[in-house]
Design a protein around this ligand. Structure first.
Ligand SMILES: Nc1nc2c(ncn2[C@@H]2O[C@H](COP(=O)(O)OP(=O)(O)OP(=O)(O)O)[C@@H](O)[C@H]2O)c(=O)[nH]1
Ligand SMILES: [Zn+2]
Length: 458
């Protein structure tokens, strides 16, 4: 058994309900669930939420133990397999996500991060603790003028943007913009009301909405917490732009909680089943998830192990390309071509990674598309929004391959970064297999940008 946290504290932590930050507007505080009076410490002490350890119950819930996908066809005989599932016996046990003694803190912290992400999307303030102190942020995208009025209590909150966005506003120099997701703080001028801040946050409307000004960048104090806030925005799929103030409470989210939330090492196999697909009737699907993060990744296993390293494709989710047949990118054709190549090769593994829009999420990718409609290329569009050019973590793919028992692969890609990231995470890439498809008039520029600006071998 493990003790997680007092129920009252768990309820109170996000949004910072009842922490008594002074005279907020009662109606708004009520609506945001923030007006509950603080509980006296004595009232919190005895109540604890208790969870049974999964290990103690013998395995992860009622799931079958993960069986790695290695070995040879028919070894042990088909009759030994669970019905409908490609089972390959006597193989290395899947790695455990964490040593048991790490788990209590990692789990509660990572859940606190999940609550903070949810709060950001709802327009609730979130406090984040750095080494030099904490900040509190209100996302501009999900906030409104009333929430800002409540947030501004005492003195007006400044604005927190990313360097990529600040550079487009001429508030950061090129050197700063080299790290587009680094934090930049803008002093709150009297005219910087909610509407003006919205225009600052979203570059899509720069051409249509001339910005007021001048704006003045000020030194970013508590920079680690500010950078963490921008990171949380990316995970939440919102614009990396906030109102920001110092926070003196003790219940701020530690940055380590965000690390735990994103920790690929916490991925485990959640389910597996047969999935006949057009390219391979004997395919098997394996789903992976962590206890906290929302995205579930899947592997599609094609053909039967031949003893040679499998042909692997890391495919990042692209709703527009994969499901809607978008011609703006090459994702849909690449996905299908990868499955065909695996079938031709004998066996392979497609990793379908929930990293839509190179990790910035669907809505932000569509904003990037709107910027491309205005003439910016795929790299500049990401930067102007305030994101890294590529925000993906390929450690996720490395972890999935290890859980499938594969540490030596042949990789279908034109992207040297995928090779380097997998190698750095302990996967030997025996061969990079080019994965080029003919351009169309709509994706020609996109592919040229990948070749010229992001090092793709096209
Ligand atoms: N932010 C952003 N994401 C895009 C854009 N176009 C496509 N994507 C996303 O880019 C990802 C596709 O990249 P991949 O094909 O996996 O990888 P790659 O870096 O091109 O490398 P390859 O293995 O050579 O194909 C998907 O998540 C798409 O949603 C764009 O203009 N902006
Ligand atoms: Zn795509």
């Amino acid at each position: 058994m493990r003790r997680v946290e007092p129920q009252a504290a768990a309820r109170r932590r996000q949004p910072h309900a009842g922490r008594g930050r002074g005279a907020g507007t009662p109606a708004i505080g009520e609506r945001l669930g923030r007006s509950r009076p603080p509980l006296r410490p004595a009232a919190r002490a005895p109540l604890y939420l208790v969870e049974l350890s999964r290990e103690g119950l013998g395995g992860v819930g009622s799931r079958p133990a993960a069986r790695p996908y290695v070995g040879e066809r028919g070894r042990g005989g088909d009759r030994d397999r669970a019905p409908g599932v490609r089972g390959l016996p006597e193989l290395a046990e899947a790695e455990r996500p964490h040593p048991a003694d790490d788990r209590v803190h990692a789990v509660s912290d990572a859940r606190a991060a999940a609550r903070a992400i949810d709060a950001l999307r709802r327009g609730w303030p979130v406090a984040i603790a750095g080494v030099d102190g904490a900040i509190e942020v209100l996302a501009i995208e999900s906030g409104d003028a009333n929430r800002l009025a409540a947030f501004d209590v005492g003195e007006p909150a400044d604005v927190l943007l990313s360097a990529g966005r600040a550079a487009t506003l001429k508030l950061a120099n090129q050197a700063d913009a080299a790290v587009p997701d680094a934090p930049v703080r803008i002093a709150r001028a009297p005219w910087l009301d909610f509407a003006a801040a919205t225009a600052l946050a979203d570059p899509q409307f720069d051409l249509a909405t001339p910005l007021k000004g001048p704006f003045r960048a000020v030194p970013v104090d508590r920079a680690d917490a500010a950078a963490a806030a921008l990171r949380l925005a990316r995970i939440a799929g919102i614009l990396p732009a906030f109102f920001v103030r110092w926070y003196e409470g003790t219940d701020a989210l530690p940055i380590a909680a965000i690390d735990a939330h994103e920790d690929a090492g916490r991925l485990a196999i959640a389910a597996r089943a047969r999935l006949p697909v057009a390219e391979a009737e004997d395919a098997e699907i394996v789903a992976f998830r962590t206890p906290e993060a929302a995205g579930e990744h899947v592997a599609l296993l094609i053909g039967q192990p031949t003893g040679a390293p499998p042909l692997v494709r890391l495919h990042s989710e692209c709703l527009t390309g994969d499901a809607l047949g978008s011609l703006k990118c090459d994702c849909g054709p690449q996905l299908q071509a990868a499955l065909r190549a695996m079938r031709a090769d004998g066996w392979g593994i497609l990793l379908y990674l929930r990293q839509e829009g190179r990790g910035i999420g669907l809505v932000n990718k569509l904003r990037a598309y709107a910027l491309q409609d205005q003439g910016f290329d795929t790299v500049d569009a990401n930067t102007r929004l305030g994101f890294a050019i590529d925000a993906r973590d390929f450690g996720v793919a490395a972890r999935m391959l290890k859980l499938l028992g594969q540490t030596r692969i042949r990789l279908l890609t034109n992207n040297p970064e995928k090779v380097a990231s997998l190698e750095a995470a302990g996967i030997a890439v025996a061969e990079r297999v080019p994965h080029k498809l003919p351009p169309n008039p709509h994706n020609e520029r996109y592919l040229a940008t990948k070749r010229d600006r992001t090092g793709h071998q096209l």
